[in-house]
Write a protein that binds this ligand. Sequence first.
Ligand code: ATP
Ligand code: MG
Length: 199
Amino acid sequence: MGGTFDPIHIGHLILGESAWEQFELEKVLFMPSGNPPHKQNRHGATNEQRVEMVRRAIASNDHFELSLAEMHEEGYVYTKETLKRLRAEHPDTDYYFIMGADSVLTFHTWKGPQEICDQCVLVAAVRDQMPAEELDAQILKLKERYHADIRKLESPNLDISSHTIRTRCMEGESIRYYVPDEVREYIQNEDIYGNNESC
Ligand code: ATP
Ligand code: MG
């Protein structure tokens, strides 16, 4: 699962756990993506802080793993290249790329959608109360357009996003239970999103 994880939250964690369970995965890799230096820490956490939050959030789960495959100092790494690299390193492994409905909707605009589909199974999860028919239609589109092996994840719709959490922090609202306690403490100690003492 790739993401900005600014910060990682229970939506990401339940997404990963559901995929692990439903597809009997060996493990789930959380791959925070790098931001170019000029884009770091403008509205959110630094690369280092995002990685640390992922590390803390997944520490208690044996089948969750942090991967720095997309974390590069120079900036963004494309998913198709990450997959190519991972598959070269582990030729006997089948990869599943896990994403929420918003990512499924914009998938055709990503760099090299065909190459991504050729290299992994796509796992699509509901989000933002998207009607099931709309997600199903999008899944069908990707199947037709890219011959994608794309499968729907049976996960609950959790109306939670990193954006909401950043906003709640800034406004001094509680983010308790939106993120694991270890992440909340880190946000407070590092003073990441403003007004952190009360979040
Ligand atoms: P932001 O609000 O900053 O965009 P985000 O909550 O969307 O953050 P990302 O790091 O952008 O988090 O998301 C990484 C991946 O996790 C994406 O594929 C996204 O669709 C998925 N995802 C994030 N939150 C949820 C959620 N609540 N339910 C399902 N999928 C989610
Ligand atoms: Mg997002």
